[in-house]
Design a protein around this ligand. Structure first.
Ligand code: PGA
Length: 279
């Protein structure tokens, strides 16, 4: 895991946006895995700015989102569909057919989940997966106890997640109790991961993810098994890391090294390509 500590939320957001932009520069038809929540909003704003300033072309990218609430239509203002159009897709001028989000209103939710997995495979796999971390250590909606090898499925939200997300709804009762979520196994199949955390409320799960033992009680800790994870936080979220100095040292030493793994640009090097072979 490459641990980066930025001075504040804006610096973290800019750094993260530069990394996603780098993926699109290297591979104009990149497959981007995206996240919702408060954390990536600044990154999305910075990415829209970079796209406009540089004329970076997103017309060939494909996107997949981590999760969606069950029972919310795409048009519901709190749906993750709505969030993504408002915070990123519109600004980048994406076409609807470039974007993939789970349908929380699907009649057959299990089929929706397996079709989503198939779509990711058909797109050639995700090049970079953007992630946030929940106060309870979740990634996507994989709550404590989730299988570290899990695939996209219907999940029950943890009471802490419901309470955390109540701020987006009129009251806590309106927060859906279940969601559709990429599994941790699905996330680990991405060629690279970019996880972000800001604020002192994330300091505990962030430290557990990076320095704690890997265990299903801290789903984000599964990222320790991934060969290319960039973990960027502000100072507050990094405040409980015991090896902060060392991470800064490594970051400086790696300054002349590529930000992206070689297997993004050269698919023949992709150690995971077997996973995407059609059966
Ligand atoms: P947040 O959510 O960015 O709104 O803090 C992160 C998450 O729950 O994954």
């Amino acid at each position: 895991m490459f641990v980066k500590i930025e001075r504040n939320y804006d610096a973290m957001s800019l750094k993260a946006a530069q990394i996603v932009a780098e993926v699109v520069r290297a591979k104009p038809n990149a497959v981007l895995g995206l996240a919702t929540g408060s954390t990536p909003v600044g990154m999305y704003q910075a990415l829209i700015r970079i796209a406009k300033d540089e004329g970076l072309d997103f017309s060939q990218v494909t996107t997949f989102n981590l999760d969606e609430y069950e029972g919310l239509s795409a048009g519901h203002p709190q749906s993750y569909h709505a969030f993504m159009w408002e915070n990123l897709f519109e600004g980048l001028g994406l076409r609807e057919e470039q974007t993939n989000l789970l349908d929380g209103m699907a009649k057959d939710l299990a089929a929706e989940c397996s079709e989503f997995e198939e779509k990711i495979r058909d797109a050639g796999g995700i090049d970079i997966q953007v992630l946030g971390i929940g106060g309870d250590g979740h990634i996507a909606f994989n709550e404590p106890g989730s299988s570290l090898a899990g695939r996209t499925t219907v999940v029950a939200l943890h009471p802490q997640t419901i309470a955390d997300n109540a701020r987006f709804f009129d009251n806590e009762k309106e927060v859906p109790r279940r969601a559709l979520s990429m599994g941790i196994g699905t996330i680990l199949d991405a060629r690279s991961c970019l996880i972000l955390a800001g604020g002192k409320g994330k300091a505990k799960p962030w430290a557990k993810m990076i320095e704690g033992p890997m265990c299903s009680q801290v789903p984000a800790s599964a990222l320790q098994m991934h060969p290319w994870v960039i973990a960027i936080s502000d100072k507050a979220a990094a405040s409980k890391l015991s090896n902060r100095k060392y991470y800064k040292h490594v970051d400086r030493e790696r300054a002349d090294q590529p930000v992206l793994p070689p297997w993004i640009e050269q698919p023949q090097l992709d150690p995971r390509r077997q996973a995407f072979a059609k059966v």
